[in-house]
Design a protein around this ligand. Sequence first.
Ligand SMILES: Nc1nc2c(ncn2[C@@H]2O[C@H](COP(=O)(O)OP(=O)(O)OP(=O)(O)O)[C@@H](O)[C@H]2O)c(=O)[nH]1
Ligand SMILES: [Mg+2]
Length: 449
Amino acid sequence: MPDADATPAPRDTIAAIATPPGRGGIGVVRVSGPGAPDIARALTGRLPEPRRARLSAFRDANGETIDEGLALFFPASHSYTGEAVVELQGHGGPVVMHALLTACLDAGARLAEPGEFTRRAFLEGRLDLAQAEAVADLIDAASRSAARSALRSLQGEFSTAIESLAGGLVELRALTEAMLDFPEEEVDPLHGDDAAHRLERLRAALEAVFARSRQGSLLRSGIHVVLAGRPNVGKSSLLNRLAGEERAIVTPIAGTTRDALRESIEIDGVPVVIVDTAGLRESREEVERIGVERARAEIARADVVVFVVEAGAGLSKAERVLLAALPDGVPCVRVANKVDRVDAGACADTDIIAVSAKTGAGLDTLRRAILEVAGWHPGEESVFLARERHLRALTKARVHLEAAAREHGRWELFAEELRLAHAALGEITGEFSADELLGEIFARFCIGK
Ligand SMILES: Nc1nc2c(ncn2[C@@H]2O[C@H](COP(=O)(O)OP(=O)(O)OP(=O)(O)O)[C@@H](O)[C@H]2O)c(=O)[nH]1
Ligand SMILES: [Mg+2]
């Protein structure tokens, strides 16, 4: 009798509607797993030739025709998941799609969980974890640059960079292990020097990957920009200008804006969320007071604060207090609005960008300044669309490499730091990943992917 523990449990067969809900020209039901060929036979009469579209009637368990469309069969060797996959392309209406899916479930499939197809692709070794994440990032990309970067990660560029770092670490670990076989005083000093040089090269390579990943994380999550300042300085007018449409209410009355209002825009292909907030002042009026509290909460979690004042007036005492109270470390762009009302010479302060929400003057400079203080370098094509998780792992690897540099000569400790750095890199590609982490990553996918 075969040992039950030795062979993994056979996987079941999953099915889901892979196209978005609603009406469309085509809708796709996707089935993956060992039972997929039988399900295709049950619904269409026979299994299509591998990777050839075949026009078929799709029938339910009672033999009633649900729809007519294309059936495709991908054998395990040539499929997304690495298992047998069947795709049924029918008419993209919710009733038809639901009936098709039900027929697949009646024929033995189970409803797929979010991301389960991609999870299987990962488990089958079709993709590593960073590539699997890139699939979701490509689907969710908020700009062309983000999409391009996700596609490069999906094609393995990010994973290759990580693997090349890991490869260097493996060599250095092997060298160190060899030194450990000798008593300390017999280690050839040349080997010790070689180890130090290799470590320096690895650290430099890690920094380069880190810089590209940090850039990419801006592309992925977008830059959160909060417009802040005293009432009536023109924050809402600036939001409207930047968004290119009249989104926020603008009036000459101080205290117009109450709720925080957000608009998604793009600057040079970088997704940016602009948040308009209530003018900051002490108010006894309850609605305004709540608005000001919300403004402060927005400021506290901003990536960039655009602090707006009126041109020509100079900073008021209240504005100085507000500026000093901005959270530590949040990059701030200072803007003097309404320059159309003052003479050109009046805005000599070079730290302050003079703009006019009314005429659009200075807006390009403001856009550039926002990207710059957020840490975006223009023209950076080869960035990695990194996630927070990747940045954390890279930081961990960096900390252990730094520690290794301090342990030069104490080779056992040196080796241990290298091992920890290696493990941190392995978390990125999923070489050493806990089950909960996998669950968390794939649960954020859409169903059918
Ligand atoms: N001349 C001129 N007027 C402007 C400009 N920007 C805004 N204004 C006027 O200034 C007034 C206040 O503008 P808002 O955009 O509502 O100002 P706000 O900062 O959002 O004000 P609160 O919501 O009350 O905090 C309105 O009458 C705008 O038309 C500008 O660049 N030039
Ligand atoms: Mg306003």
